[in-house]
Structures are given as C-alpha cells and as structure tokens.
Write a protein that binds this ligand. Structure first.
Ligand code: NAD
Length: 256
C-alpha cells in the first residue's frame, strides 16, 4: 500500500516509534529513523522488512539539527511523504520541584520539534500531491495527571497544533492527525514502573498492575504494533477525510 512512499519517524530507535516504523515498512514504505537508542539494531530490524532505510541522529530539541535531518531524508530517500512526530521524553515531579531545564527540554522535544518538522515537510507534501502527518500525542493530550505538568502541557499543545495545521491543510491532499495512547510498555514507561515498585515496595508485576489499575480500565497495555496499525490506517485512502482528529488508544482511560 505504501510502496514508493517515504516515512520519517522521529524517536524511532525504540518503543512506539520503532513499532510504527516497522508497520509502515511492512506496507512497503522506505524509512528514515531517528533517536538516541541503538540505531544499528533498529536499522537491522527495519531493513529485514525489505525496504530502504536510513538513520539521522538529530536532537529534536535543536532546530538546526532538525533542518539537517529533513534535508538528509530528502537527499537520501527522495522525499518525506509521511511524517510521524513521535520523539518524546517524560519527567515526573510536582510543579514547584520541576527542574526548569526539564520543562524546557520536554516542551522542545515533545512539542516544538513537531512545529519544525511540519513547517519543513509540508511544502514538499503539497507539491507532490500527497502527505500524512501523524503526531504521537498521548491521553495526556486530552486529560491530565498530577506530577506531569510539562508533559501534559506539551501533549495538550501537540493536540492543539494538530487541529490548527489540519485546518490550514483541510482542502489539500495532506492530512494531519494525532494518536493519543494510554500506557504502552516501552522504555519511557518502564522507568515509571520501576519508580512505582520502589515507592510502594512491591515487585515489577504488581507495579504494572497498580499503574494500569490507577488509569487504564482495560488493565492491558496498548502495544507499539497496535499503534503502528493505526498509523497504517491513517495513511490509507479510507482516512483521506480524517483531519484534525485525536484518536485515543487508551483502554478506556479518557472515558472515565
Ligand atoms: P521511548 O523512550 O521508547 O522512545 C522515545 C524515542 O525518542 C527514543 O527513540 C529516544 O531515543 C527518542 N528521543 C528522546 N529524546 C530525543 C531527542 N532529543 N531527539 C531525538 N530523539 C529523542 O518512549 P515511547 O513510549 O516509545 O514514546 C514515544 C512517544 O509516545 C513519545 O512522544 C511519548 O510521549 C508518547 N507516548 C508514550 C506512551 C507510553 O505509555 N509509552 C503513552 C502515550 C504517549
């Protein structure tokens, strides 16, 4: 379905980004990976799916590096037809204890990077007559939790940004949407599982049950593969008129 298309997925050396990159590659899309994890392993996993794959190590908190990455994607793979803004970090602390540099980093990586990639990718998508922008927000783009002020602010901002750009592109062949997962068991959440185990003096399995029990009624983690399949659907013709939507994939979290 996506043969001859190229997808750039930020933060795709692990977790959700790698899952989405692999789902798009299974549909034939060539892939530009990015992120600070094990790039060789991620490259090998995507290459095994039979597509062209490249990697750029740009830091999503640095606009100049984002520009270099966008130019490299076009130079090495020909275009950016599908842009998945996925890179993200978390920090958990009460607002009065929140380190200002962590606030700045979360806003830069989780929100502002999507502005930079989008402004640079849109002209080419319009010119080529097709494009998909998929922003990995979070259920925290729809509702809040205590101790996550920067993350919640960034993700609410990303959902708002998604809607605004979707309106600007509403009559164009480029669609812009957000995906809002609840708990997904990735390195980002494993840290929170470990912190919960330590705080409550319990083992890892019980910590997972308590985290799910607090928020996610299905009592199941969403998987990167499930999010990858949603991204594939958003790239299909059936999704041509889905614009500015925020899909929660959260086991019922936001329904409460
Ligand atoms: P992860 O830690 O596995 O992946 C994050 C990726 O971003 C990694 O590849 C990492 O190297 C990269 N990254 C971090 N800082 C970067 C920077 N400055 N520049 C470039 N890359 C950088 O986490 P994940 O859970 O897969 O998170 C992916 C996205 O999904 C994030 O935006 C996160 O907020 C969002 N999300 C995750 C969950 C969850 O439960 N795991 C839920 C909702 C939303």
């Amino acid at each position: 379905m996506l043969k001859a298309k190229t997808a750039l997925v930020t933060g795709s050396t692990s977790g959700i980004g790698l899952g989405i990159a692999k789902s798009l590659a299974r549909q034939g899309a060539n892939i530009m990976l990015n992120g600070f994890g094990d790039s060789e392993a991620a490259l090998a996993e995507v290459r095994a799916l039979g597509v062209r794959v490249s990697y750029h190590g740009a830091d999503m908190s640095k606009p100049a590096e984002i520009e270099q990455m966008m130019r490299a994607a076009e130079a090495e793979l020909g275009a950016v037809d599908i842009l998945v803004n996925n890179a993200g970090i978390q920090h958990v602390a009460a607002v009065e204890d929140f380190p200002p540099e962590k606030w700045d980093a979360i806003i830069a990586i989780n929100l502002s990077s999507a502005f930079h990639t989008t402004r640079l990718a849109l002209p080419g998508m319009k010119q080529r007559g097709w494009g998909r922008i998929i922003n990995l927000a979070s259920v925290h783009g729809l509702v809040a939790s205590a101790q996550k002020s920067a993350y919640v602010a960034a993700k609410h901002g990303l959902v708002g940004f998604t809607k605004s750009v979707a309106l600007e592109t509403a009559t164009s062949p480029v669609t812009v949407n957000a995906i809002c997962p609840g708990w997904v068991l990735t390195p980002l959440v494993e840290k929170q599982v470990q912190a919960r185990a330590q705080a409550d003096g319990i083992d890892i399995e019980e910590a997972k049950r308590r985290l799910l029990g607090d928020k996610q009624p299905s009592m199941q983690f969403t998987t990167p593969e499930q999010l990858g399949e949603l991204a594939v659907f958003l790239c299909s013709g059936a999704a041509d008129n889905i614009r500015g939507a925020a899909f929660n994939v959260d086991g019922g979290w936001a329904a409460q």
